[in-house]
Design a protein around this ligand. Sequence first.
Ligand code: TYD
Length: 207
Amino acid sequence: MRGRFITFEGIDGAGKSSHIEALAGWLRQHGHRVLQTREPGGTPMAEVVRELVLHKPMDALTESLLVFAARRDHLESVIEPALAAGTTVLCDRFTDATFAYQGGGRGFDRAVLAQLEAWVQNGRQPDLTLWFDVSPEVAAARRAVAREPDRFEAEKAAFFDRVRAGYAARAAGAPERIVRIDASGSLEDVWARVLAVAQARHAGGGP
Ligand code: TYD
């Protein structure tokens, strides 16, 4: 049986990383084979692209082409084979991030992004996306205790307002796939919300 493709989204500082770890553990306990991966990245070539996108100045079209090129390599050489082998794939960010960051944050043409999405994904979409939604103020406070900011993390609050609105627009367009998780509150509170969604979806499908 084909594995399930689950992606995790949210503005920088929303706190999704620890929940990806926790969900991977929970799924393994329930007998699933799990692959954890991320975008941009997940293959040697795509990890090189990640370094460029996170640290080198470039315009929004270049950024979009690079993240989609990395995504193509990742999908073809890692994600698809894993799903075909029955492995559950947990991916930290995917195409919704491109619509939110390049489309929303940078204001780049979403019609061009939709064209790239169609070429690269051929209609393939995640089975489930958990969108960790939190205000840019809370996210900024969480980022303040983290490491040196990259090109995105260094952006101002208004940028993250636009990214958040970008996620909201994507979620409105795919309500069955994208589940909004209120990411405010303690780690335990948010994990309880993640687990509730995982259990609800788990009940509906096999390993
Ligand atoms: P992030 O996933 O937050 O990793 P870390 O937890 O290591 O900081 O960083 C990836 C950054 O890349 C994030 O700021 C969003 C950005 N990004 C895009 O702009 N477009 C994309 O399509 C993707 C996948 C990510």
